[in-house]
Design a protein around this ligand. Sequence first.
Ligand SMILES: NC(=O)c1ccc[n+]([C@@H]2O[C@H](COP(=O)([O-])OP(=O)(O)OC[C@H]3O[C@@H](n4cnc5c(N)ncnc54)[C@H](O)[C@@H]3O)[C@@H](O)[C@H]2O)c1
Length: 381
Amino acid sequence: MSKRIRVGLAGTGFAGKFHIENYGEGVEVVGVTSARAESREAFAAEHGLKAYETVEAMLDDIDVLDICTPPSSHFEYMMTAVRAGKHIVVEKPLTGFFGDPAVTGKEAMLKAVREQVQELREAVEKAGIVFGYAENFVYAPSIQKEREIVEKTRAQILRMVGEESHNGSHSPVYGIWSVQGGGSLLCKGCHPLGAILYLKRKEGIARTGRPIRPAAVSARTHTITKLDGFEDKGFLRTSYKDTEDYGFLHVVFEDGTVADVTASELVLGGIYDFVEVFANNHRTRCRISPVNVVDVYNPRHEQLQDVYLVEKISTNEGWIPASPEEGWSLGYGPELRDFVKAIRGGGRPESDLDLAIDITVTLYAAYLSAEMAGAETRIPA
Ligand SMILES: NC(=O)c1ccc[n+]([C@@H]2O[C@H](COP(=O)([O-])OP(=O)(O)OC[C@H]3O[C@@H](n4cnc5c(N)ncnc54)[C@H](O)[C@@H]3O)[C@@H](O)[C@H]2O)c1
């Protein structure tokens, strides 16, 4: 491989933008593709890249395919990259079931997803490529500080709570099951669940040399903005075609300890993301957003309309929990640098395929549980 790592980007939306902004030294994003010619050409011109019509057309010129397209295309692009022996960076969620949820039951979805991840795992192992699962929560500085505490003190985590909630998504195709593979539980819950499963793995490795994995899950999903009695005051996004806007899941790990995750679209005031850890020797509240580094009071919205303060705040008026550097506080920069380090050094990234598969299978087992009004559901190995 040439000394500089050549990345090809698929997708020029919100995620494509923060990926290109957060790659560090020694990496060259050489090309970009996306579904629409205008968007890929505009993105290529803005960043000095070559625009390609398809992922396949880009493969000869790259070492890494960075997949920032909607979830329904992730599996196809991961398999295209792995067959060509290219390293993979893929945005969350890893993959899913992209049929009609009114027709297909959750047991069949879980089965289909397990078959996909099995095929992917075998292909990745055979190709010997580096697989970076872009779960930024894993790399948030607060989660990494907690990992250090758990490892150095050999803490036993007894319970965790985590949440990701914000008002919808920047993506116009959010809220459509056949594109996203689910709603709040999958697309937002994957973040805190990812950090929680990661920390429990790290605890197991530190204490016994073996990761502690999720064993069972109970979950509920609701669509509050579709209730007959919901009064729309115009502040919350309500355009969810066939996905839930609220999800809750309770995980039981193989050692009997537990974690609870909430995910929803029903939150004003910017992105609300945290994980709290209750251990046998300490307690840590990991703030991911807001991080409470700087609060800005702005008496008039227009005054700061050109200043970026924090994601999804809707207004710049009043007290704003501004984020000075989201690439750092949300973990995007450390995440991409870890993938590049693994590609250079041949190691495994902190957020790898094993973690991605555990997250995905847990979430589809959670959907199966929700279909049974919260009945405890075993998470298949
Ligand atoms: N880690 C995070 O915090 C975070 C935040 C936002 C989105 N995401 C993830 O990033 C991915 C993209 O989300 P987004 O918000 O940027 O979406 P988006 O809808 O804003 O952008 C998607 C881009 O992909 C292109 N595209 C769509 N289908 C395609 C296909 N089949 N082939 C090639 N290009 C295609 C679109 O033209 C567009 O450029 C999703 O998996 C999402 O879950 C992660």
